[in-house]
Design a protein around this ligand. Structure first.
Ligand code: DOR
Ligand code: ZN
Length: 345
């Protein structure tokens, strides 16, 4: 039995760091585990320009713990009015690593998102030309589409046609939650990749709804039926080089989650690697963990694999019920559970 796993320091290819005091509180958890992270731009107001992204990057770097080598990789929040010239300039200047599609109304702070992909066609053509990654929140938002079907319908109506029309564009289908998405990615060509969160590998929709409404298991896209979870576990552990780690860690204060209209998002950053490695261990696929966590993401983004390493050891640790950040309580993923793995210091 493998009890110790040493791998190149992983990156988080999808992360919400927020801003201000909350960012200062959550950043050390990510910087302890990961070398780089793709930082989501859904602040209020959203990070829509290269100037705003450069300023946000500076605030993150200034808040890093002493001696941390963590590198934030910035994203542009696309709107119907995004200027392709600013995307190109930001990418060429090394400010932007990727651009993010929030279909308008899909999730937290997505009101200024894109209402129709046709409105960002020039931006996407520019990105295809310069090799910039397009990160996609893949859900339709039409009121008549059931929330559990929104990802599958997005593939049919939006993603499959896009990939057909613009095959040179590098697309990351983020935080996939369905068998349809897993199949779509598995059957796609070299320019389509996916990230998978820890929660979508661990929980199905029962975790949210059985025995009472459990707001800390609620995120978007929402967890689906068990067969979807099982297909995500198969894909994550399959060794497919176009599938990699992206936590979608999305902290919201406890009272904002435990509310009549609770916020979507699971704060999984503090124990992210332990959470993922548990899945690979349960699937008897520890040999596939290094690719998923450390190698596939850099390869897709054209970035070097970390020269540092981290070590995970088979050792029990108790996850606290809450963590206090910026004077407020946050409930981490796996709160109150015992995890069987631990990141060595
Ligand atoms: O659950 C989610 N939370 N999904 C998202 O897409 C956004 C995120 C957030 O920013 O809270
Ligand atoms: Zn997200």
């Amino acid at each position: 039995m493998t009890d110790t796993l040493t791998i190149p320091r992983p990156d988080d290819w999808h992360l919400h760091l927020r801003d201000g005091a909350v960012m200062e509180g959550v950043l050390p958890y990510t910087a302890r585990q990961f070398g780089r992270a793709i930082v989501m731009p859904n602040l209020v107001p959203p990070v829509t320009t290269s100037a705003a992204a450069a300023a946000y990057r500076d605030r993150i770097v200034a808040a890093l713990p002493e001696g941390s080598a963590f590198t934030p990789l910035m994203t542009a929040y696309l709107t119907d009015a995004t200027d392709p010239a600013d995307i190109r300039a930001g990418f060429e200047a090394g400010v932007f690593t990727a651009a993010k599609l929030y279909p308008a109304g899909a999730t937290t702070n997505s009101a200024s998102g894109v209402t129709d992909l046709a409105n960002v066609r020039k931006v996407l053509e520019t990105m295809a030309e310069i090799g910039m990654v397009f990160c996609v929140h893949g859900e339709v938002t039409h009121a008549e589409i059931d929330i559990f079907d929104r990802e599958a319908v997005f593939i049919e109506r939006t993603l499959a046609p896009l990939v057909r029309d613009l095959p040179e564009l590098k697309v990351v289908f983020e935080h996939i939650t369905t068998e349809e998405a897993a199949d779509f990615v598995a059957e796609s060509g070299p320019n389509v990749a996916a990230t998978i969160t820890p929660q979508h590998l661990h929980i199905n929709r029962n975790a949210m709804l059985v025995g009472g409404i459990r707001p800390h298991a609620y995120c978007l896209p929402v967890a689906k039926r068990e067969h979807h979870r099982l297909s995500l576990r198969r894909l994550a552990t399959s060794g497919n080089a176009r599938v990699f780690l992206g936590t979608d860690s999305a902290p919201h204060a406890r009272e904002a989650k435990e509310s009549a209209c609770g916020c979507a998002g699971i704060f999984n950053a503090p124990y992210a690697l332990e959470s993922y490695v548990t899945v690979f261990d349960e699937e008897d696929a520890l040999d596939a963990f290094e690719g998923f966590a450390s190698r596939n993401g850099p390869a897709f983004y054209g970035l070097p694999v970390s020269e540092e390493t981290v070590t995970l050891v088979r050792e029990e640790q108790q996850v606290p019920d809450t963590l206090e950040l910026a004077g407020t309580h946050y409930v981490p993923f796996h709160a109150g559970e015992t995890l069987g793995w631990k990141l060595a210091d």
